[in-house]
Ligand binder design. Structure first.
Ligand code: SAH
Length: 328
């Protein structure tokens, strides 16, 4: 029996040869026995990393304001509404969102059901505790496809960066898939395989990239975005994604591991460190546009929050000298 994910991955490589980066990424996060998100609650000072909703409740509250605006802009449809989140972590952001919606737009709150897409049993349990006040409304799903039809208000914060990518490395014979194999000391190491990539999928300028440069493609992210775009096209609604990423396709290795709030080499602690890579927002926008879903735009998180009025909200909270949860 394996004693750790590193041992399990090494055994797979010994048996079948090197695995792709995307398989390594998927095993690290989602291996049923040792996968990072399958086994732990990674958030907070005692965990590995901290996310915006865990830092300040204002973050989730502003998303609640955004959802109320979006519902109003769609002329307040009276049919079933799905307030949904994909990758909800500890459920903190959804609790902040629902508190604001119930105060600012009780009609929307009453109409809505809450749908959480989560693959981690550990985090599902924590979300149920965090959202106990709304338990009649909350439903969990393993995949976005399982969310029922209804006007959709969807958010994902630091979700897409946790969905595995493929990497290709420039070699003398073009871009080839990056693999994870074993070195002479039986340690995990990066290698380059023989699988190529359709040049039409590469960013412009790929012919002039130096040997060793890396390009990342994320078909698994596109597939999820496709399902979301189908939902928006069929049922109407708005989706908002916040993540580390870039707005123009480019070159570079963005695979990164974080362990106890410190960057860690991505192959050093499989299953023990969080593994992410930056999100190609332009690629996600293309998927949505191809399904005739309007893309409102791409902007920095700071601009988004400022335009929603976070500075005014923070000041109002301080003036009332009350806990910010009483602001709304
Ligand atoms: N949004 C939260 C958590 C971000 S971490 C926050 O900002 O604090 C990534 C989240 O996505 C975790 O909840 C993880 O369990 C979940 N996740 C990872 N892969 C997933 C998948 N394929 N489908 C649904 N959820 C996934």
């Amino acid at each position: 029996m394996s004693t750790s994910l590193a041992e399990k991955i090494k055994a797979i490589i010994r048996m079948n040869g090197p695995i792709t980066v995307t398989d390594y990424f998927a095993l690290c996060l989602a291996d049923p026995e040792f996968g990072y998100y399958k086994t732990r609650d990674p958030f907070g000072h005692c965990g590995d990393f901290i996310t915006a909703p865990e830092v300040s409740q204002l973050f989730g509250e502003m998303i609640g304001v955004f959802f109320v605006h979006a519902w109003q802009k769609h002329l307040m449809p009276r049919r079933a509404v799905c307030i949904a989140e994909i990758g909800p972590g500890r459920g903190t952001m959804m609790a902040d969102i629902l508190r604001v919606i119930s105060k600012l737009a009780p009609d929307l709150y009453n109409l809505a059901d809450v749908h959480l897409v989560e693959t981690s049993p550990t985090l599902t349990g924590i979300q149920a505790e965090t959202l106990v006040a709304h338990r009649e409304k909350v439903h969990w799903h393993l995949s976005f496809d399982d969310i029922p039809d209804g006007f959709l208000l969807l958010v994902g914060n630091e979700f897409f960066d946790a969905v595995p990518i493929r990497q290709f490395v420039k070699t003398a014979s073009g871009f080839r898939e990056r693999l994870v194999g074993l070195d002479d000391n039986d340690e995990l190491t990066f290698a380059v395989g023989v699988t190529g990539v359709d040049p039409s999928l590469l960013p412009s300028g790929h012919r002039h990239q130096p040997a060793g440069s890396v390009v990342e493609l994320a078909p698994a992210r596109s597939a999820i975005m496709q399902a979301i775009a189908d939902g928006l096209f069929n049922s109407g609604g708005t989706a908002l994604f916040l993540d580390y990423g870039y707005t123009q396709p480019g070159f570079g290795d963005t695979l990164q591991a974080v362990l106890k709030h410190t960057y860690d080499p991505p192959l050093a602690h499989p299953g023990e460190a969080d593994l992410t890579s930056h999100v190609d927002f332009a690629a996600l926008a293309e998927v949505a546009k191809a399904r005739s879903v309007h893309v409102n735009g791409l902007m920095t998180q700071g601009d988004f929050l400022l335009r929603l009025g976070i500075a005014e909200r923070a000041r109002a909270g301080r003036r009332k000298s009350a806990p910010p949860s009483n602001v709304w």
